[in-house]
Ligand binder design. Structure first.
Ligand code: SF4
Ligand code: SF4
Length: 384
């Protein structure tokens, strides 16, 4: 998946000006004044709710902070590195999605990110977003952006979407990925013009696209449009570390320069991943972070599907407490930054005393997959 819209703690300062000069020359349509005002008002409200979420996370350990939920496994693209889509599955019925969201609300969840597959293929996506927001939960969406139109963006505004992430892999489409700036730049301009929610552009290092420096072009374009930008790094089929080549590390360093003021706050985890070094942290997957697949089962994360694989309808505070205290043997070499960021809130407390389940099998295929490892932002952002 255009992975890992995950950065919930990133209230980061603006990237410095003057980093534009993208290879694509476009005429920028500015948002009209009323859209701009509504966007600012919503940003203030969203920031307030995010601060509340973090405060609640610190006070209580018994609820999920962030959940990724899959209403649609099917995708209209087929990126070569992806192990999170198929071409056949049907949308999860709306009533079932309502039941799952209501259950997550009852567990006290503070942020739900809708992921896939391609989320915009779900015919009742806006109703799903509305249901999330009706519980006062922050609503995020990850999409490949292909189906975005001005009207669709306005519908997402009306549904109450808080955050949206698009992942762009290259400047020109190639055999690895069709999520290119060439195809998606028009969508980004529409988002600039119409979106009242926060937009993040994720780009990836190590995906195998023809020109790895495309990542920097994409990052600069995101900044130019006023969006936040994150960079992902390739991992193997179990979410584990794949050290970057020297060339890819140069790209990584260049991306850090784009967001150097904010980067220092979060850099050690990302730096270690880029250098192929293990991290020392406590993964709270299954507790503070949940991944709910299309079958309604709770998994640790997208790359550790199968654990604990308990139906969400049967998931209890007891499960949350058990997994909170369960060590994850895959943690040192994990690259799933959304879970890492979610787990940060408890880093300072409660060493994990229950032993890991040990066995870590690959998710659906052996293909490597992407995760987000860094965020830089002009306002609070979330996950993916
Ligand atoms: S990474 Fe590509 S194939 Fe996978 S879900 Fe996203 S758009 Fe679809
Ligand atoms: S450490 Fe946690 S997030 Fe990372 S792969 Fe293992 S279970 Fe998933």
């Amino acid at each position: 998946m255009h992975r890992s819209l995950c950065n919930i703690y990133h209230s980061l300062p603006a990237i410095e000006q003057g980093v534009s000069t993208c290879v694509l020359i476009v005429s920028l349509q500015m948002p009209d004044a009323s859209t701009s005002v509504r966007r600012r008002i919503r940003a203030v409200g969203r920031t307030f709710r995010e601060l509340k979420m973090i405060a609640r996370g610190v006070v209580s350990r018994d609820h999920p902070i962030q959940v990724h939920i899959i209403p649609m496994r099917r995708c209209n693209l087929s990126c070569a590195y992806c192990n999170e889509y198929d071409d056949v599955s049907q949308p999860v019925p709306l009533e079932e999605m309502y039941r799952r969201i209501d259950k997550l609300a009852a567990l006290g969840t503070t942020l739900i990110t809708i992921s896939g597959g391609e989320t915009l293929l779900h015919p009742q996506l806006d109703d799903i977003i509305r249901r999330i927001r009706s519980h006062g939960i922050l609503a995020g969406l990850i999409t490949n952006g292909y189906l975005l139109t001005p009207q669709r963006i306005r519908q997402l505004n009306a549904a109450g979407l808080d955050h949206l992430q698009i992942s762009i892999d290259n400047v020109q489409p190639d055999d690895i990925s069709k999520k290119s700036l060439k195809v998606l730049d028009k969508k980004l301009q529409w988002l600039k013009e119409h979106a009242e929610f926060h937009v993040n552009i994720n780009s990836v290092i190590g995906a195998g696209v023809k020109n790895q420096w495309d990542v920097v072009t994409i990052g600069k374009r995101a900044v130019e449009l006023g969006f936040t930008s994150t960079v992902g790094i390739i991992h193997d089929g179990t979410g584990q570390l794949k050290p970057l080549s020297e060339g890819a590390q140069q790209v990584f360093r260049e991306m850090k320069k784009l967001g150097k003021h904010s980067y220092a706050r979060f850099n050690q985890f990302q730096n270690n991943i880029a250098l192929g070094r293990p991290n020392n942290w406590r993964c709270r997957a299954g507790s503070r972070y949940l991944y709910i697949c299309e079958d309604g089962l709770v998994h640790y994360c997208s790359q550790q599907r199968g654990y604990p694989a308990i139906p969400l309808s049967e998931y209890t505070v007891g499960d949350i407490r058990r997994e909170y205290h369960t060590e994850k043997s895959c943690a040192p070499n994990c690259t799933i930054s959304c879970v890492h960021q979610t787990s940060l809130v408890d880093f300072w407390r409660d060493p994990q005393s229950l032993p890991s389940h040990q066995v870590f099998r690959p998710a659906t295929t052996q293909s490597p997959e992407l995760v987000q490892i860094e965020s830089r932002s002009q306002e609070s952002v979330m996950a993916d």
